[in-house]
Design a binder for this molecule. Structure first.
Ligand code: PEP
Ligand code: MG
Length: 879
């Protein structure tokens, strides 16, 4: 097998289609080289080597030696330099690159190939002694950290001391002699910590770095990132070895990162940052504050340092040309890394850029309207889950704001929460239910779990492409970065700004759209659903086949659902109406009654209340279908707990408190999920369902624009259960029609949430006019996993690969899915026009929706905020 693939100098062994083999970076370097863009020559060791490396216990097969030697020979031939040559040395970078981008999660080594001899050669060929020794010390520093795993703090400290001794403020103040002295210091530190001198053999250096990069695939932070982003561990990373080009060779050299469009708002304008006389990691690390790419951006920000457009106008024009070439070629917004070495532009990376949901929408819609992509592609480009970011509130523009300071608007959305200063505390407090804002001087990949747990992220340093900004945008967390006037003392758990102090636990609000940081909580307003969002949704509605309904049980939920485009209610859980403070006493009286007469007395009080619930919901839904599920949960859930509650029920029912307590004890169940619930309530106490059905029909006949009510019976296992319950509903309907002299059409159907019901769907469909898959219970009963107790062990199950994802979040397509397929097929055989839907949580999960499309269900039903997600996912499933 071949492991090494070359690129550059007119050669491209791979291309953009080879991401699985070469990783994203390697595939795109080869692609850029093949379309004639300036790419420093190099080679990629493919991802399959990653698994081999681990199988061999951290070693490489012999065959790789010869392939890598060929790869180096290729770079030597193109550059005319030789690796390890004391007179004119070739230097290389060694970088990771997996199929999916994992920013900052894995290791990189730059300036590899320097040693005590080659540094002299580099000084001569570059004509810049200072640059050569600076590069050497950077190399030792990075290699010691990444490959030798020595304490990097000691190296940073040595640099700080060296600067202090000289009274310098910036790294750029250091002279050649200063760097030379620091290199000696660094070499001593290596011996001190590693007991061996810094490796001088360039081939040893190379293999060390290649091993470290493959090794970083299994680092803790990489594992956490993969878990959060569903990246399989089997993919492995590739390793890219590439000729170094230098952005730190003086004032005509620079390095930068850029996006072909604004990744935050989506505007069609070049967007990026660069630094003169710097190496790549300087931009991302946020050590120096980067400069703007374009004049327009600099002016908009009112910043002083010249933009690249002004400072390096010719190279800027060439770069802009490359942006256009890349966007047309890839037909997507690109995220680019480049270096300018003494006026010559080099491309180091391109990839489809990560973007906020807002930007994703705008870019997709704009590109479709520009004719760069089709509408179908635009629909496919937006990740449904990402819409979540847009559907949530932003700061109320009219609310008062006590602005503490301002930083960069790094990731949109607003968040309020208690300040915490480290990732572990963020995770702990969030797990305890607190909303937290993670405040750091700057973030690093070690903070990723805390960023995930936090509602928002605030940093004092770093630009729009800093670690904090990139990761926050990817996660959909609001972020304000580079709030430079904050002074953060993480140890003392306090930050100071403008004479004010904010301690851990104090509440602040950040606005990722404006960059403002405010003291206290600022109220929010609902999002704007028109514009690009509306356009894309309209296109999506044009292609989807599945209908989208909402799970809603209050008029407010129903309203929200309609605003989000719901085409009906797929599940109205009537029990939620029973918890209302005004009714709970009557509900309790009904439950605790000893006989039918007692229950009916209480139900009579509930009837008008229940009727008005349905009137309100029917009014909001204005003729759209509404599925109402009759009472489902075990009765004991409604029981009183407090002494006062018992007293209240006793007074209402005219019985003794002690008697009530005895009844309550009698109702205790060992396993209520499998106990006296669902249609079992209706079978034992038909008067409950009779009251509910009556309320539904009385509401329906009272309205001019009445919907077709779909009365749904829960937890049915057998046809006979449904026979009995349908009879109760039909009888109530006929009674109401007779009393009022009006009729409405209605359907009676059932939930399919037990395996027996799925298997016996053929005969159940003789009675049921529709099925709605209650996949919460169906998952619980098919897997034999309690929905309330699963959290304790499911994460381990997912980590062990037993289930790919939490089966309560994303449908277990193989098992539960097969039951759904069987039920749909058998149901349709009996009743070809049977209406089929899903109303478990899975109805809002894109992967589960794709499955529903495959099975040919008629609709999915999701919670109101997930309705747009479901509309888009349904459209993607239909493409
Ligand atoms: C279900 O079981 O999937 C369902 C929708 O009903 P509930 O969640 O109310 O049990
Ligand atoms: Mg259920």
């Amino acid at each position: 097998t071949q492991y090494v693939y070359r690129f550059g100098g007119g050669v491209s062994d791979g291309g953009k289609g080879d991401k699985n083999l070469l990783g994203g970076k390697g595939a795109n370097l080869a692609e850029m080289a093949s379309i004639g863009l300036p790419v420093p020559p190099g080679f990629t060791i493919g991802t399959p080597m990653c698994a081999v490396y681990y199988d061999e216990g951290g070693a490489f097969p012999d065959s790789l030696k010869a392939e890598v030697a060929n790869g180096i020979a290729h770079i030597e031939a193109v550059t005319g330099k030789r690796f390890g040559d004391a007179a004119d040395p070739l230097l290389v970078s060694v970088r990771s690159g997996a199929r999916a981008s994992m920013p900052g999660m894995m290791d990189t080594v730059l300036n590899l190939g320097l040693n005590d001899q080659t540094v002299v050669g580099l000084a001569t060929t570059s004509g810049d002694e200072r640059f050569a020794w600076d590069s050497y010390r950077r190399f030792i520093q990075m290699y010691s950290d990444v490959v030798l795993e020595l304490d990097h703090g000691a190296f940073e400290e040595a640099l700080e001391i060296a600067k202090e001794d000289k009274g310098y403020f910036l790294d750029t103040d250091m002279t050649a002699t200063d760097w030379k002295a620091l290199v000696e210091k660094y070499k001593a530190l290596v011996v001190e910590q590693w007991d061996k001198p810094f490796p001088q053999d360039v081939h040893d250096q190379l293999w060390g770095a290649v091993g470290a990069v493959f090794g970083s695939w299994q680092s803790e932070r990489a594992k956490v990132y993969r878990r959060l982003n569903d990246i399989p561990s089997e993919w492995g990373t590739a390793v890219n070895v590439q000729a170094m080009v230098f952005g730190n060779m003086g004032d005509t050299s620079a390095t930068g990162v850029a996006f072909t469009r604004d990744p935050s708002k989506g505007d069609n304008a070049y967007y990026g940052e660069f630094l003169i006389n710097a190496q790549g990691e300087d931009v991302v690390a946020g050590i120096r504050t980067p400069q703007y790419l374009t004049l327009a951006a600099r002016e908009a920000a009112n910043a002083k340092p010249l933009s690249m457009e002004e400072a390096l106008p010719e190279v800027y024009r060439e770069l802009a040309g490359v942006f256009d070439t890349l966007e047309k070629h890839y037909r997507d917004m690109q995220d680019i890394e480049f270096t300018v070495e003494r006026g010559k532009l080099w491309m180091l990376q391109t990839r489809s850029g990560k973007r906020t949901a807002k930007a994703a929408l705008k870019i997709a819609v704009d590109m479709a309207e520009e004719g760069l992509i089709t509408r179908e592609e635009a629909i496919a480009r937006v990740e449904p889950q990402a819409l979540d970011q847009l559907l949530h509130p932003t700061l109320d523009p009219k609310a008062a704001r006590d602005v503490l300071t301002r930083g960069l608007p790094a990731s949109p959305g607003a968040a309020s929460g208690k300040v915490v200063f480290d990732a572990d505390t963020a995770e702990k407090r969030a797990a305890a239910g607190d909303a937290v804002i993670l405040v750091r001087t700057e973030t690093s990949p070690e903070d990723i779990h805390g960023m995930h747990a936090a509602r928002g992220i605030l940093t004092a340093r770093g630009g729009m492409t800093s670690h904090a900004a990139v990761v926050a945008r990817g996660m959909g967390r609001p972020c304000v970065s580079g709030a430079g006037s904050l002074s953060i003392d993480a140890k003392a758990k306090v930050m100071r700004c403008a004479g004010r102090e904010v301690n851990e636990g104090d509440v602040i609000t950040i606005d990722g759209a404006s960059g403002e940081v405010m003291i206290g909580e600022v109220p929010t307003v609902q999002p704007e659903l028109a514009g690009d969002f509306g356009t894309l949704m309209e296109w999506a509605d044009g292609v989807r086949r599945l209908k989208v309904r909402a799970n809603a049980e209050t008029p407010l939920d129903a309203k929200t659902a309609r605003e989000f485009g719901a085409e009906g209610i797929g599940l109205c859980r009537t029990e939620h109406m029973f918890f209302d403070a005004a009714r709970i006493t009557a509900v309790r009286q009904m439950i605790l009654a000893e006989d039918e007469k007692g229950r009916r007395a209480a139900l009579d009080k509930l009837l008008p209340e229940q009727r008005s619930d349905f009137v309100e919901i029917f009014e909001v839904m204005a003729g759209l279908p509404v599925t109402i599920r009759l009472l489902d949960p075990p009765l004991h859930e409604f029981l009183p707990h407090e002494e006062a509650e018992f007293a209240e029920v006793a007074a209402a029912a005219g019985v003794e408190v002690d008697y009530l307590k005895r009844r309550a004890a009698e109702l205790h169940e060992f396993n209520p999920m499998l106990g006296h619930r669902g249609c079992r309530l209706g079978v034992t106490y038909p008067e409950i369902y009779e009251m509910q059905a009556r309320a539904i029909f009385e509401a329906a006949v009272s309205l001019a624009d009445a919907p077709i009510p779909e009365v749904m019976i829960p937890l049915v296992a057998t046809k006979r259960e449904l026979d009995l319950m349908k009879a109760v509903v039909d009888k109530a309907a006929e009674a109401v029609f007779a009393e009022t002299g009006k009729r409405v059409d209605y359907l009676v159907g059932t939930m399919i949430e037990l395996p027996r019901a799925a298997l016996r769907a053929g005969e159940i469909a003789e009675v049921g006019e529709f099925f709605s898959f209650g996949t919460n219970d169906l998952t619980q009963t098919a897997l034999g996993v309690s929905r309330d107790d699963a959290a304790r062990f499911l994460q381990t199950y997912v980590e062990q690969g037993i289930y790919a994802k939490d089966p309560f979040v994303s449908l277990d397509v193989e098992g539960v899915g097969e039951l759904i397929e069987i039920a749909a097929e058998r149901g349709r055989k009996t009743r070809p026009d049977i209406k089929l839907g899903i109303c478990g949580e899975h109805g809002g999960d894109p992967a589960s929706i794709a499955f529903c499309e495959k099975v040919g269900l008629d609709y999915v039903s999701a919670s109101p905020y997930r309705v747009p997600i479901a509309r888009l996912a349904a459209a993607q499933a239909a493409l």
